[in-house]
Design a protein around this ligand. Structure first.
Ligand code: AR6
Length: 519
């Protein structure tokens, strides 16, 4: 009877490492060539809104930095008899200095500096939300308190975001640290759709996610509007770091001698709640945030909505390549939710109690890694696809400059196995292998799937008992791939069935038997 009640298996979760306890003490925060810091580090003080650095707005308009709405180069042509150019920032200021008393005012403001989109952008959902979709009290608060704050933040962009924001482009290993106030300012700009060149993906930003929220107008539930909770409190005083990690070397999976690290696996709980203090995996799109400003509402989009500071990464993060990930440290959770996908509901405000690190960041580290999307089930067993996923996960988990002793466990789950159609049993092994190679334990959340919990745990126990290394396991995966490669549909031999069979018949795949004798 007890067996039936089993909610978790493997190593007890309290034995896995979490931040801040497991971390090394941070060096003094300072800007370097590959770490831009947008605030005064010398004036950083606990509980105070950080000072922007430099103190005076520095303009830039090039292909290495974000084109800002408040730039003097943000011009647009006004066609009368002759073509003259006009400052778009002036128009934005005029629009947002006015009053916003209804959703129609929001629309008029936004369209006053986005005139060419007037026909295409649909504000029906926003109108509905502000008339019937919300309680009267909520609407009052939105128009009397929240929106005026957001408009003020936009008007103060030149005072708050004084330093050009570097684009985190492909092949760059670059970090960017900014204050929550700066992020709030940028998100207020996104809400009012002020970012230039960002209203069509055909432009120079074709390889970047959407940042302007013009699609929130289309969304019936108005979900993107939930980001407003970031503006509802007094200004938060922390910092957030965004790091693009682009690895040039990867393990030789075939010859890896690494033993599997520890596994905690559970069908209860979520990455974000029970995985606090661990490296939390974002089941990402190569354009980070996926459909968050549009229609999507699964793991990644939900995370971006409840931790809205994640959203600003869409402003400067170019599409992730196969060898890349984005690491975000310090975002705050503002909302509680219930449900998932169609049943997702915003539930309540959330007070984030996660401790703060030496750089005034919440000890919440999230890594965006994008799995491959599979249309055909068998495709994922091709060796080059497995290698791709191993390398991607490894990139997400591996920290070249940190001793593994100081790294937290990885909190993950069915990565790539929902919208992207992957196989949970294969992906669980691939993630375990990548984590083992990076020297980190794994907390795996099966999201309610008890059978998966038992299957993966049994396979894991079996592999540990037989001292199967990462390299040997990779060898079996490749053999399986070979056996099933003729199939277009699911083969009648399962991956785990095959592995049990092969390891038991003791076909030693490696010429040297020495490491399989280890105990
Ligand atoms: N904690 C643990 N597991 C979860 C959680 C959670 N909070 N939420 C969902 N799961 P999916 P993908 C499980 O489909 O396949 C987005 O649009 C649940 O079993 O979000 O990698 C991105 O932007 C779910 O079925 O990830 C990409 O475009 C499974 O994780 C695309 O979806 C997979 O969640 C990525 O799709």
């Amino acid at each position: 009877a007890e067996q039936k009640e089993q909610e978790w298996l493997g190593t007890p979760i309290k034995e896995l490492r979490r931040m801040p306890q497991c971390g090394q003490s941070l060096p003094h925060l300072r800007a370097t060539d590959n770490h831009k810091v947008l605030i005064r580090t010398d004036l950083l003080k606990d509980g105070q809104v950080p000072h922007p650095y430099p103190s005076k707005y520095r303009d830039s308009w090039d292909d290495m930095t974000v084109k800002m709405p408040c730039s003097e180069k943000n011009l647009f042509p006004v066609e009368n008899e002759v073509i003259v150019v006009q400052s778009r920032w002036e128009l934005i200021r005029t629009a947002l200095e006015g009053e916003c008393k209804s959703s129609l005012d929001i629309r008029d403001a936004i369209l006053s500096y986005n005139t060419v989109h007037a026909k295409r952008w649909d504000f029906t959902a926003l109108n509905y939300l502000c008339t019937e979709g919300m309680e009267n009290e909520e609407v009052q608060h939105l128009f009397n308190v929240t929106l005026p704050k957001m408009m003020k933040l936009v008007l103060n962009t030149r005072k708050i975001c004084t330093q050009p924001i570097p684009l985190l482009k492909t092949r760059m290993n670059q970090s960017l640290t900014m204050s929550q106030e700066q992020i709030a300012c940028l998100l207020a700009n996104a809400f009012f759709c002020t970012f230039p060149r960002r209203n069509s993906r055909k432009s120079e930003y074709a390889n970047y996610p959407e940042i302007n929220f013009y699609r929130y107008c289309l969304l019936f539930s108005g979900v993107a509007l939930e980001t407003r909770y970031i503006f509802c409190r007094s200004m938060p005083t922390g910092l957030v770091t965004f790091t693009r990690q682009s690895l040039s070397g990867f393990p030789k999976w075939e010859s890896s001698k690494k033993q599997l690290t520890r596994l905690h696996i559970t069908c209860k709980g979520t990455i974000e709640d029970e995985g606090y203090g661990m490296l939390q995996v974002d089941f990402a799109n190569r354009l980070v945030g996926g459909g968050v400003t549009g229609m999507g509402l699964v793991q990644e989009e939900i995370r971006f909505i409840v931790n809205p500071e994640l959203m600003v990464s869409r402003l400067f993060t170019e599409a992730l390549d196969h060898n890349e990930c984005l690491i975000i440290t310090g975002t705050e959770q503002y909302s509680k939710y219930s449900g998932y996908a169609e049943s997702f509901r915003w539930k309540a405000n959330h007070k984030d109690e996660i401790p703060i690190d030496g750089w005034q960041r919440r000890c919440t580290e999230i890594v965006a890694v994008d799995a491959l999307k599979y249309r055909n089930f068998m495709e994922q067993f091709q060796p080059e696809k497995m290698i791709r996923e191993l390398n991607k996960a490894y990139c997400g988990f591996m920290r070249p400059a940190v001793n593994p002793e100081n790294l937290s466990a990885v909190a993950t789950g069915n990565w790539g196995c929902g919208a992207f159609g992957g196989d949970t049993r294969l992906k669980a092994l691939l993630q375990l292998m990548a984590a083992s190679e990076a020297g980190r334990d794994v907390a795996y959340f099966t999201f309610g799937d008890e059978e998966l919990m038992r299957d993966v745990n049994a396979m894991y126990r079996f592999l540990k008992d037989k001292c199967v290394t990462v390299g040997t396991l990779y060898f079996y995966l490749k053999q399986y791939s070979n056996v099933v490669s003729k199939h277009f549909q699911r083969p009648n031999i399962s991956l785990y069935g095959y592995i049990y069979d092969k390891v038991n018949t003791n076909m030693d795949p490696e010429p040297s038997p020495s490491d399989s004798n280890l105990t």
